[in-house]
Design a protein around this ligand. Structure first.
Ligand code: NAP
Length: 285
């Protein structure tokens, strides 16, 4: 066990007002670890700070505010003298057919879920590289295993985050910095409620596809099988492992989805293999 896996670890977590962020902050603090918990409205974090006065620090952070991100990451590192685990959790869903979502809704969803996370990573990396250790945890989604009608942009923000994360994992390995992507299925948080933004316009042609998906989400709200407290424990177990996974798939739904996706991808690859392989220069040419 190296220094970054002892109880002296310092966490920085975005979006701690509810859901996964809150559960993860609480789980880490309950283990005696130190957490810089951030949220757009710090009032939402007062009870957490009161419960763990020695080990919890609270900072206001809207991840779309680049200047605030830089200040908060640097403050987080100086508050406890180091930074070990940086969790990009802040995010929300944008639901609706692609044509129904406005340009502004698309840009804002990317600004939060993707560019917000990138800014946090950009600010944290010089600190983690100087330490020669650290762990980036990026919360993705089952929509990045395979996407649904009605989640084009939300899914795209998470696919983009995963694309960057895979590359970062390779770039950062020699510097002692690990990367874990978390792919949760449906978990009982505020995600389908207050954290799901609906398309501003409605095109009836999409009622059978994205409209159906939205109805499915509504029926699931409050009944999601996933328990965010158990997700937090699973994320901690993954971080503490000698060989942390690049992807941690949470819940039966997401695990089934990944298994289906891998089988479908292999079936399609094999069916088209002869076409793909025929595109190379022949050895004579
Ligand atoms: P949640 O309870 O609604 O939490 C979302 C958090 O993100 C809230 O703390 C919210 O803060 C914060 N947030 C949103 N925009 C922000 C911004 N610009 N700056 C800082 N914080 C911001 O839902 P959750 O399920 O825990 O969501 C956490 C992550 O899990 C998200 O990235 C989501 O995409 C992902 N996820 C969730 C599920 C699921 O089923 N629950 C499945 C797959 C992935 P405010 O209180 O200020 O709004």
């Amino acid at each position: 066990m190296n220094d970054s896996t002892t109880t002296t670890r310092v966490w920085l977590i975005t979006g701690c007002s509810s859901g996964f962020g809150r559960a993860l902050a609480t789980a880490a603090l309950s283990r005696g670890e130190r957490v810089v918990a951030t949220a757009r409205r710090v009032a939402a974090l007062h009870s957490l700070a009161a419960r763990f006065p020695e080990t919890c620090r609270v900072l206001a952070l809207d991840v779309t505010n680049c200047a605030q991100v830089r200040t908060v990451v640097s403050q987080a590192a100086s508050l406890f003298g180091r930074l070990d685990i940086v969790v990009n959790n802040a995010g929300y869903g944008a639901v609706g057919a692609f044509e129904e979502l406005s340009e502004e809704q698309i840009a804002r969803n990317f600004d939060t879920n993707f560019f917000g996370a990138l800014e946090v990573i950009r600010a944290a990396l010089p600190i983690l590289r100087a330490q020669g250790s650290g762990h980036l945890v990026n919360i993705s989604a089952a929509a990045a295993i395979s996407n649904y009608a009605g989640f084009s942009i939300y899914g795209a923000t998470k696919w983009a985050l995963e694309g960057v994360s895979e590359s970062l994992a390779a770039e950062l390995k020699p510097h002692g910095i690990k990367v874990t992507i978390v792919q949760p299925g449906p978990f009982r948080t505020d995600f389908i409620g207050r954290s799901l933004e609906h398309a501003k316009s409605h095109i009836a042609d999409y009622d059978r596809t994205s409209g159906k998906f939205l109805s499915f989400l509504k029926t699931m709200d409050g009944k999601q099988p996933g328990d965010p407290d158990k997700a937090a424990e699973a994320i901690i177990a993954a971080i503490e492992s000698e060989t942390p996974p690049l992807r941690l798939v949470l819940g039966k739904y997401a695990n089934d989805k990944l298994r289906r996706k891998l089988a479908d991808a292999e079936r399609e690859r094999a069916a088209w293999e002869h076409v793909g392989l025929a595109t190379e220069f022949t050895s004579a040419s």
